[in-house]
Write a protein that binds this ligand. Structure first.
Ligand SMILES: [Fe+2]
Ligand SMILES: [Fe+2]
Length: 181
């Protein structure tokens, strides 16, 4: 049986694949607006929506019970980085509207914010996989991991974006083959 932290690491594989797609798009002179719009949706509902909900609402509060403060230290840093990620994506989304309306002067800003998100998330996921989740595995019992996993399931089912994680993973796969990453 998988643990809760392994479940999050599985999500990370797809989020990292999405960052590979994003890096390609950021380097294209005239990127496809429909793809950027699709990526904003995937980030907001899958990476930030479902995945960060599991971390912020379920794992991190459990870690707080075990003495990892949400106000300082590793969990606080992770929370702060989630906010930074949201800000990059909001900037992409705002500029995208202008691009769709024909303003190509926003393209450098779009690609800078996409790349900002890409490098932030790769680094963030590296820290979660290699440091934070290892700390969590040390302090969580098998039955606590199982309970978290169950709570993850319920949280994802309750998340009402109209799509399942498998739908988003499928979309990431299609984009990844389109951009050959
Ligand atoms: Fe995170
Ligand atoms: Fe994560």
């Amino acid at each position: 049986m998988k643990t809760a932290t392994q479940n999050l690491e599985d999500d990370h594989v797809y989020i990292l694949k999405l960052t590979d797609v994003m890096e390609q798009i950021a380097r294209i002179k005239e990127p496809r607006a429909d793809h950027i719009s699709e990526i904003v949706d995937i980030v907001r509902n899958f990476a930030d929506g479902m995945h960060h909900a599991k971390e912020e609402n379920i794992l991190f509060p459990k870690m707080a019970e075990k003495g990892f403060s949400p106000d300082q230290g590793p969990v606080a840093v992770m929370l702060h980085e989630h906010v930074d990620g949201r800000n990059f994506i909001r900037a992409v989304s705002d500029s995208l509207q202008l691009y769709i309306n024909g303003d190509t002067s926003v393209l450098p800003e779009i690609s800078q914010n996409i790349l900002g998100y890409v490098f932030l998330l790769r680094n963030h996921i590296g820290k979660e996989n290699n440091i934070l989740f290892k700390m969590a595995d040390k302090v969580l019992s098998g039955s606590e991991q199982e309970k978290l996993l169950n709570d993850f399931d319920n949280a994802v089912k309750k998340y009402s974006s109209g799509k399942t994680p498998a739908d988003y993973i499928g979309q990431i796969g299609v984009l990844a083959s389109f951009y050959k990453v």
